[in-house]
Design a protein around this ligand. Sequence first.
Ligand code: NAD
Ligand code: ZN
Length: 315
Amino acid sequence: MEQVGICGSDVHYWTHGRIGDFIVKAPMVLGHEASAVVSKLGPDVTTLKVGDRVAIEPGVPCRTCHFCKSGRYNLCPDMKFCATPPYHGNLARYYVHAADFCFKLPDHVSFEEGALLEPLSVGVHATNRAGVGLGNTVLVCGAGPIGLVNILTAKAKGASFVCVTDIDETRLNKAKEIGADFVVRVANSDPSKVAEEIETVMGTKPDITIECSGAAKSIQTAIYATRSGGVVVLVGLGQDIVEVPVVNAGVREVDIRGIFRYVNCYPTALAMVASGKVNVKPLITHRFKLEESVKAFEAAKRGEGIKIMIECSRS
Ligand code: NAD
Ligand code: ZN
């Protein structure tokens, strides 16, 4: 293994031992945002060779169920996903993975960028599901790593203006640094008032809103803020049950769509990074060695920075 990024879910398993129905019942290796060098091949592998630098798509589905066969393998009920119990993650020196979920990195794409293809793929999938296209106005709620990759992918897909909300000024500054056109610091506790502020700042209601905080109030704001006939994509996962203004969404034909991870997005994410159309490097704020993993997780738990990377190679 080379580089592994820490995700909020890794920290959650580490501190709480569960996410919803996924419960850690035995010691589990964390990590799922990863890149590596192939050190050994299974007998039937023909697509890779020893020494290849790869990004690892962490979820391997069954390949035979209805969802897999219809091209929506992210919905496969038999998914084996790194660091989702009971499956080990890949924050380790060595790790075994299916060859068809390893993506060869061109020489000029770094291992850090390779690892960041994982969160970037969430942005690729969310903006696909949202249907972001040329000239769309887009609102991204929440400027954590997932909000930030959605800014990058929305801009790359031709969004004219992207507005970003957060309650945290530092996160909004990062959003501006990577290309947000407008930012709104959420201070008002009334979601419809926040939606009005967003419309004032953008000069229009957004065609598409990508909710990346999971906060109940922000989900409500997302619906109020979106233009009639528009789309709200729910990326953020917070409380199980959230009260939302359904009548407002219903009578204005605002479509509400969910997303789960990504499907067939790694090749797109890699192409965007390799071509220079998307720059994920500014997301990285901290670097640690594998031996310092506990320190790295403590920093992540304190909410420091954006993306914390752990180097797993001995060199
Ligand atoms: P994060 O916690 O780093 O970022 C969330 C951001 O939302 C923070 O910056 C926070 O300040 C901000 N926020 C909180 N309340 C807000 C409000 N009322 N209005 C606006 N912003 C607010 O998390 P992340 O790693 O960026 O992930 C974001 C969410 O996406 C999480 O809920 C995570 O579980 C979810 N997620 C979902 C998928 C999926 O497949 N659907 C994949 C990855 C992550
Ligand atoms: Zn399947």
